[in-house]
Structure formats: C-alpha cells, structure tokens
Design a protein around this ligand. Structure first.
Ligand code: KIV
Length: 272
C-alpha cells in the first residue's frame, strides 16, 4: 500500500526539541534533488539540509560562495517535492543575508515561499544578530551554524579545526548562547574539538547538531555524497563512508558501455 503524504507524521521543530529532551539523537543529511530526497526521507532521516555545499558537490565549485539564491531555491523546491516526513532546512547562500537585515528577511521569505521548505540556516553569531532577529520575527524557523563556517573560508584560509584556542572557543560559546536567546531552534557545530561541542550541547537547551564535532552532541549531519562514497577525494577524519557508490556506479557504467559497443544491449526482450 502506498503511503499518502498526509498519513505520515511530519518532523517539526517541536519534535526535534523533544528528541533532545529525551536523549534521542537527530539524524540529518544534505539533499539537493528530488530522487535523493525521496530515498533519504523514506529511510527515516529526521532533517534534510539543502546545503550550500550544493555549490561544491552539484556544481563543481571549489567553495560554497558562488551559489545563488535562485539556485538554492531550485534545489530546495526539488527536495521538498520528495519529502513526506523530514524537516527541510535550506542554507541561505553567501551574500543573501550578511549585508543588512532587510535583505536577509527578503531572502528568507523567498526561500520559504518559493521552495516550500520548513526553515533556513545561516552562518555566524553576533555579526548577524539583526538578520536572525528579523527572520525569526517573520515566523521563519532559523538554524544557526558555528565553528568552521565555509562561507568565511577566505577569512580562515584553511578548512582545519576551528576554536582550538580559548578566545575563539569562548566566542563560539557566547554566539551559541546568543543564537538560542534570539530564538533559533537548533545549531550546527562544524569541525570543532569534541569537548567544546560537548560543553555547548550540555549548556544549551536547543538541539546541537555536529559535523566533525564528536559524539557528545544531539545529532549528526553529513554531506550525503561523502557518506555514500560518491565523492572519493574528500577524506576528512570525521567522515564515515557507508557505501562505495563511486565504484558501484563506475562498474555499472563500464558494463553499459561494453554492452552497447558489443551490441549486447538492447536485446530482443528490451526492444518493441
Ligand atoms: O552546506 C552544507 O552541507 C552544510 C553542512 C556541512 C552542515 O552546511
């Protein structure tokens, strides 16, 4: 029996909060298109993030900076159409919220209206306080993102672990506290020491989702192309590969080419 969309209990910010309170870990993966979103949702992933990592894995850019608001909305609306249960969060792309809070609000409203997503994510703390406040005041759920924030890669200079020094660690703790006080429903912590992530997750009452932030947080997120082994070159220590789709896909395509060249495909049963 097929499951009608309205029969499925949808994940909400309220449920994510309850999961933190009862100690159930939150699963989150990136998704950028309809077909992948359908698989991840049916498997039971709690949160799908339409990450601006689409700039890297879908478009082949070196950084997340080039992706545009229109492109994020295109990816997000494709993902939303594939989802029955998961909570869909969309990254606000570089340049769509840092300038001023009116522009941030306009960008967030476009994402929500045009894609049908359930919330947005943006990078930074005190620097983007006004933007976070304006977006929240419009009733849009906001997820924060601290630690390694890839939109600031040219400021950091490298993708190494952040907040190892006390000053940066203290700023991260203060920023996390501020984001919670403003009303964010969750925060992603990327590539920071495990002990620091633990301190934040234990101090804050909202869910803390880690990527390269160790096990003592309320949930985990990975880029789906990395965890499925589609992308072979990216091998950070925090990544666990659950499949080797690169090899599986290469073998399948090699066999297809062989069959076409040798006239084995299509056979009589595969023709009309
Ligand atoms: O864009 C993205 O994929 C992200 C995750 C790494 C958290 O922000």
């Amino acid at each position: 029996m097929s499951v009608h969309k309205s029969d499925v209990k949808k994940i909400t910010t309220h449920q994510l909060q309850n999961m933190k309170e009862r100690g159930e870990k939150i699963s989150m993966l990136t998704a950028y298109d309809f077909s992948m979103a359908t698989i991840l949702d049916a498997a039971g992933t709690d949160v799908l993030l339409v990450g601006d990592s689409a700039s890297n894995v879908m478009a082949g850019h070196e950084t997340t900076l080039p992706i545009t608001l229109d492109q994020m909305i295109y990816h997000a609306s494709s993902v939303v159409r594939g989802v029955s249960r998961a909570f869909v969060v969309v990254d606000m792309p570089f340049g769509s919220y840092q300038g001023n809070s009116s522009e941030a609000l306009r960008s967030a409203i476009r994402i929500m209206k045009e894609s049908g997503a359930h919330g947005i994510k943006l990078e930074g703390g005190a620097e983007i306080k006004e933007s976070v406040t304006r977006i929240l005041s419009a009733g849009v759920p906001v997820m924060g993102h601290l630690g390694l924030t890839p939109q600031s890669i040219y400021k950091f200079g490298t993708y190494t672990v952040r907040a190892k020094e006390e000053a940066e660690a203290q700023k991260l703790v203060d920023d996390a506290q501020l984001l919670q006080e403003l009303g964010c429903f969750a925060i992603v912590l990327e590539k920071i020491p495990s002990e620091l992530a633990k301190r934040v997750a234990e101090t804050l009452t909202i869910p803390i989702i880690g990527i390269g932030a160790g096990p003592h947080v309320d949930g985990q997120v990975l880029v789906v192309h990395d965890m499925l082994g589609i992308n072979k070159e990216f091998k950070p220590r925090f990544l666990r590969r659950y499949a080797d789709l690169h090899t599986i896909m290469t073998d399948a395509v090699t066999n297809y080419i062989k069959d076409v060249k040798s006239l084995d495909f299509p056979n009589e049963k595969e023709a009309y």
